[in-house]
Design a binder for this molecule. Structure first.
Ligand code: GLA
Length: 710
């Protein structure tokens, strides 16, 4: 829709209005719920225009797409660029605008500074999620230095005074923080070569009354696997402004004559109906638009991963036994983790030498893969192609292939160093090495790991080279699936998810931590991409014990797998795990394609429900994490159901429930064989749970019941 100089994009209850008048700077006028037809954008612009504030410039200084310094704009500047330390002021004005049904391309030119800025803006039809990307081109003969280039600068809808962002650490990613935005700015910035465990590049803004099910919210995610800066600043007049872009190296990027820099895409989602609705928009975007989609309908196979069972101590016999035990449990894909390649007996050697270690596997991986395949499972393999150990044939042959000039002087980080992927010969070597493996062996899946931070002015180039390497590999092997791992969830962004199929959400398999991690991740990422494994009874990372029932219920709400020494499982745990795997298989189409709603609970509990888009079925999880604060908890109110439909509700996990005395099975409805209630009853009144032991997870299934059968 266009009515010059206002350009409109609308889909799925989201409306964007852009002002782009010839010879003036372009800006976002409005991002929010649709306005009725026949509204006048000019009138709207005048209605919401923030006038000049006392004690400042005499004219309004609205937030423009670029927001460079020099417009007397009093917030943190967006674009910062200069030509030989001069001409810092950006004076870009609209030169052209191309409009299609779902996209607008706005070209702005700074005539004096001879620079062109093109914003590609697209509204995704199925989700109403916007993507915005900026391209900068130097039209002048001397170089332009770009110090900072956000994909876009976005004025937030009024009243969005709260921000949800994600912190964390290794083995405890996606920790959710909600805070009020006071004066000044909040900056989420990292500079370590990957987003890292504490730098997930997504932020949500909302009002102080927005809940999971009600109220407006706006989420921004920068699709970038390198160094990023996301920031929200409150201007002196109270307006809050959001911007996100790569964190460029100190000294900036130099664009020579005709040189071009493209920012990563900034995805912006908006909802009037609470945080879960916003998440479902992002989930759909990831599932249907971003993932490589080579195998669109393939279910997420149950994994067995060898890492916590054997670490570096590989023996063919032991691995075959593990494969036998995995197949008996119902596992569908066997993933051989670190330790299989040349010299890799520990983490100080071997990276770079992507040949099977013949001292352990004299006949290569064939005997193991043949065995795995004979059991009806797929085979997956761990690799970490971007890295090299100094103790490797590769590094001895090509000491100059590392990214740092002197790797010996680098701060040690898991004894490994980054390869310089920007060198054609390095990419060619890696492509060949991986291609050789994938050609010789029937490998269905790669776990692509990346286990160190790095500090380099070439991060942008590294990430670009990485994407193209994975892209080339996928073109050669179109049915291959790839997992993105960076010591767990250190690289889980929408950039890498355009090249990989799932993330390894966290190295911690402790279900107690996992409940928080998976809940945090679900703000932007769908369950289908969240690798979630049943670990050993005593978690190797936290030292905490947990029951098989709790571990399995937690892993079911993701892409389920098992990662433990299953040869020493007692028969009770073995049966429990087998049943959990069956249940996961039964419900995975729903878990991975449905809409997810995070439910409100008392503290010390986490609950979520996933329902089908026709509301005919749903599955919910309630996890009592720690002791209840009061003798009984609040009622659990569900969401995502149809108010008028009748549902048959059944507790499907655990098979039998133990709880603190004087718990009587007959007291609680959840112990019945199932009950029938309307969606309205389940959502408005909810059900009362009994007192539960800490670390108990209960799963409920909801099935629509035909009303004539009641
Ligand atoms: C990383 C991964 C683990 C495992 C090890 C192997 O830490 O996150 O899952 O693959 O590497 O070295």
């Amino acid at each position: 829709m266009a009515s010059d100089p206002y350009f409109l994009l609308q889909a799925e209850n989201v409306l964007l209005i852009i002002f782009a008048e010839h010879n003036k700077p372009a800006r976002i006028v409005y991002l929010g719920s649709p306005l009725n037809t026949n509204f006048d954008p000019l009138m709207l612009d005048r209605m919401i225009l923030r006038p000049a504030a006392p004690g400042g410039p005499l004219v309004p200084t609205p937030v423009t797409l670029l927001c460079g310094p020099g417009d007397l704009y009093d917030g943190a500047p967006g674009l910062r660029a200069h030509r030989s330390k001069q001409r810092w002021r950006i004076n870009a004005n609209v030169a052209a605008c191309h409009v299609k049904e779902t996209s607008i391309t706005i070209i702005q030119v700074d005539e004096e500074r001879k620079t062109e800025f093109t914003h590609f803006i697209e509204l995704e039809k199925q989700t109403g999620v916007l993507s915005i990307q900026l391209e900068i081109k130097n039209l002048g003969e001397t170089p332009v230095d770009i110090a900072h280039a956000p994909a876009c600068v976005v004025p937030l809808p009024s009243g969005m005074d709260e921000m949800i962002s994600f912190s964390g650490r290794w083995a405890n990613e996606f920790q959710t923080e909600r805070r009020s935005l006071g004066a000044g700015g909040v900056i989420r910035e990292q500079n370590r070569g990957r987003p890292g465990h504490d730098g997930f590049p997504g932020i949500i803004f909302c009002t102080n009354s927005t809940t999971e099910l009600t109220g407006p919210c706006l989420g921004g995610h920068l699709a970038s696997s390198g160094n990023n800066t996301l920031r929200a600043d409150r201007r002196p007049d109270g307006e809050i402004v959001f911007q996100a872009g790569e964190n460029l190296p100190s000294g900036g990027l130099k664009l020579r004559f005709n040189g071009v820099y493209r920012t990563p895409k900034l995805f912006l989602g908006y909802s009037e109906n609470g945080l879960s609705d916003l998440s479902n928009r992002f989930h759909k975007l990831v599932r249907d638009q971003l993932l490589p989609e080579k195998l669109p309908k393939k279910p997420r196979l149950v994994h067995y991963n060898t890492w916590e069972a054997v670490y570096f101590f590989h023996s063919l016999d032991q691995l075959k036994k593990l494969a036998d035990a995995a197949a008996q449990l119902g596992v569908e894909r066997f993933v051989l983790d670190d330790g299989w390649f040349q010299g890799r007996r520990h983490d100080r050697a071997g990276l770079g030498d992507w040949r099977v270690d013949r001292s352990i596997y004299p006949d290569g991986l064939h005997p193991l893969i043949d065995h795995v395949k004979s059991l009806g499972m797929e085979f997956g393999l761990w690799v970490e192609p971007e890295m090299v150990n100094l103790d490797s044939d590769l590094c001895r042959a090509h000491p100059d292939w590392t990214l740092t000039e002197n790797p010996n002087a680098e701060i040690p980080f898991r004894h490994q160093h980054l390869l310089n992927l920007t060198l054609t010969e390095v990419r060619a070597y890696l492509l060949q090495a991986l291609d050789d493996l994938l050609t010789e062996y029937e490998i269905d899946y790669l776990k692509w790991d990346m286990n160190r931070d790095f500090f380099s002015p070439k991060t942008h180039e590294h990430v670009t080279a990485l994407y193209s390497l994975i892209g080339e590999l996928r073109t050669k092997h179109p049915t291959l699936e790839i997992e993105s791992c960076a010591s767990g969830g250190g690289r889980s962004d929408f950039g890498i998810l355009q090249y990989t199929d799932r993330i390894w959400t966290s190295d911690s398999n402790d279900p107690l931590d996992r409940q928080h991690i998976q809940r945090g991740a679900s703000y932007f990422l769908p369950l289908s991409v969240l690798g979630a494994h049943v670990g050993p009874e005593t978690c190797h990372i936290t030292g905490r014990k947990s029951s098989m029932e709790f571990r399995a219920a937690t892993a079911m709400f993701g892409h389920m797998g098992v990662e433990a020494n299953i040869l020493d499982l007692n028969s009770l745990d073995k049966n429990t795990l087998k049943m959990a795997i069956q249940l996961y298989k039964r419900y995975r189409p729903l878990l991975h394609h449905g809409n997810q709603f995070r439910l409100e609970t008392d503290p010390n509990a986490i609950a979520t429900i996933v329902s089908s888009s026709d509301y005919s079925e749903a599955i919910a999880s309630f996890a009592q994490l720690d002791s209840q604060r009061r003798t009984l908890g609040s009622r659990l109110r569900f969401a995502g159901l149809s108010a008028d439909k009748l549902y048959h509700v059944k507790r499907i996990w655990p098979k039998s429930l133990s709880a603190p005395p004087p718990f009587q099975q007959s007291d609680s409805i959840i112990c019945d064989d199932g009950f029938i209630a309307t969606g309205a009853m389940l959502m408005n009144a909810g059900i009362q749970l009994p007192a539960l032991y800490p670390q108990t997870a209960i799963l409920f299934a909801f099935e629509e019941k035909a009303s004539d059968a009641t």
